[in-house]
Design a protein around this ligand. Structure first.
Ligand code: ADP
Length: 308
């Protein structure tokens, strides 16, 4: 059995359901990627999620939900004295705003036990993490986390990094920049978003984003740009450009990048080559932005058609 593992934080989501009622869900960028990878990979692949949760009922519910989606939970460590982080979505005049309670979330302990972390990565064919997975860790945790990934990579795991910048989660901008480099340096594949790179590093073209992550040692870099051109550089094939499917209207871009990452990495895992992986990724993301919410039911016929 091959194994696709994503690592990070999944939180409790409280979303407005009218009349001061809130609907409870679970959400997290790396969890979204696991969800879509499970849909896209054949059954000889296991898809697992690696995080730290509590030993309470709400943490158990999250594990149940993941298992219900076919995601393995044996890499989720449950600790007694913490629980899941939580965020609440507020709607005011049609605009969404978010409040977070995640300072003490269990997932911050993800790299506290390096032996346990290394054991989870042992035998993983693909290990995906994000800028959020790094940002939530204390500085020494980031180092231990990257060390474990680097060791896994040396043992043959394909390590993939979705940069997902969240400036408010990092101590400051310089630390965020250094953290991104640290993540990229242990990764085979990096999946940045051009607008974020432009904002943080002042890039004027995707080629500059690619050059930076190539210097960190990445072998494949896919620079997303929403509805704009997707630019992919690969050490073997050089640079290729792809145009995302035209979509009108776009309903909700939540999890566009997460599902894109799942498609791209699943494509590579199935040895489809860069162009096919890019088409698979764009086809998945196209369906995700045409529906509400992070976890969308995919029409697989349409996706296979687009990717072949
Ligand atoms: P992120 O959420 O990581 O910033 P993007 O917003 O660039 O990523 O979106 C990821 C992918 O989702 C894009 O490469 C594209 O394939 C698809 N996508 C996102 N927004 C649109 C859109 N408005 N029209 C078509 N495709 C889109």
């Amino acid at each position: 059995m091959k194994r696709f593992l994503t690592l990070g934080e999944c939180m409790v989501e409280l979303a407005p359901a009218g009349d001061q009622l809130y609907r409870r869900g679970f959400a997290g960028d790396t969890f979204n990627t696991a969800y879509y990878a499970r849909r896209l990979l054949p059954q000889d692949w296991a898809v697992g999620y690696c995080t730290v949760a509590g030993q309470d009922a709400v943490s158990d519910d999250m594990l149940d939900l993941m298992r219900g989606h076919g995601i393995e939970t044996r890499s989720i460590r449950q600790v007694a004295d913490r629980t899941l982080g939580l965020y609440m979505i507020q709607l005011k005049d049609g605009e969404r705003s978010f409040s977070y309670w995640r300072g003490q979330s269990a997932a911050k302990l993800l790299a506290d036990d390096p032996d346990w972390l290394r054991a989870q990565l042992d035998g993983a064919d693909v290990a995906q993490f994000s800028g959020i997975s790094l940002a939530i860790l204390p500085p020494e945790g980031r180092e231990a986390f990257c060390e474990a990934l680097s060791r896994a990579r040396a043992n043959g795991t394909h390590v993939a990094f979705d940069t997902n910048l969240r400036p408010q989660l990092w101590e400051d901008e310089a630390t965020m920049r250094a953290g991104l480099r640290m993540g990229a340096e242990v990764s085979d594949t990096v999946l940045p978003s051009f607008d974020e790179e432009q904002g943080l590093f002042g890039d004027t073209a995707p080629a500059e984003t690619i050059a930076r992550y190539r210097d960190c040692g990445a072998k494949t870099i896919a620079v997303k740009d929403g509805a704009g051109t997707l630019t992919v550089w690969d050490h073997g094939e050089g640079t290729q450009e792809f145009q995302p499917v035209k979509i009108d209207p776009v309903i909700d871009t939540t999890a566009a990048g997460d599902s894109f990452g799942a498609g791209f990495l699943a494509g590579l895992a199935m040895e489809r080559g860069i162009a096919e992986a890019a088409h698979l990724a764009m086809a998945v993301a196209a369906q995700v932005v045409q529906a509400r919410g992070a976890l969308v039911d995919l029409d697989m016929t349409d996706i296979e058609g687009a990717a072949s």
